[in-house]
Design a protein around this ligand. Structure first.
Ligand SMILES: [Zn+2]
Length: 137
């Protein structure tokens, strides 16, 4: 840039000097123009690069925000694009899940299928025959 300023100064000086050869003056002027246009191309390319970079950062930031606020239940923070999120349903209870329960009397572990537990039936321990859930009697 300083180089171009210096050339512009020199050009102005040449214009003010009656002994300047017009061809020399034109040559210097075109040289400066060439430099200027090259610099403009450079800057346009840089600007394009910068724009792509900023867009990438913007996308990454949006991803980060999504990940960061995913669990935060803030009703104010709805998706603005109308992609209405399904209201969160209560977590479905897996009825086929197995649970282990240790008999409070003998400690024998009994494995239940959650769906098969019938507390009305007062299940008894297979080891000692006592009630598995005595508090429910
Ligand atoms: Zn028992």
């Amino acid at each position: 840039m300083d180089d171009m300023k210096a050339r512009a100064e020199k050009l102005r000086a040449m214009c003010g000097d009656p002994s300047t050869d017009p061809r020399e003056l034109l040559g210097a002027a075109f040289e400066l123009l060439g430099q200027l246009s090259a610099r403009l191309d450079e800057q346009a390319a840089e600007a394009k690069e910068t724009r792509a970079f900023v867009e990438q950062i913007d996308e990454d930031l949006a991803d980060l925000e999504d990940a960061f606020f995913e669990d935060a239940e803030d009703p104010e923070d709805k998706e603005p694009d109308g992609a209405a999120e399904e209201p969160e349903e209560p977590e479905e209870f897996d009825e086929t899940e197995l649970i282990r329960y240790a008999c409070p009397h003998c400690g024998k572990e009994t494995v239940f299928r959650v769906e098969s537990i019938d507390l009305e039936d007062a299940p008894r321990c297979a080891g000692c025959g006592e009630l598995l859930f005595p508090g429910l009697e």
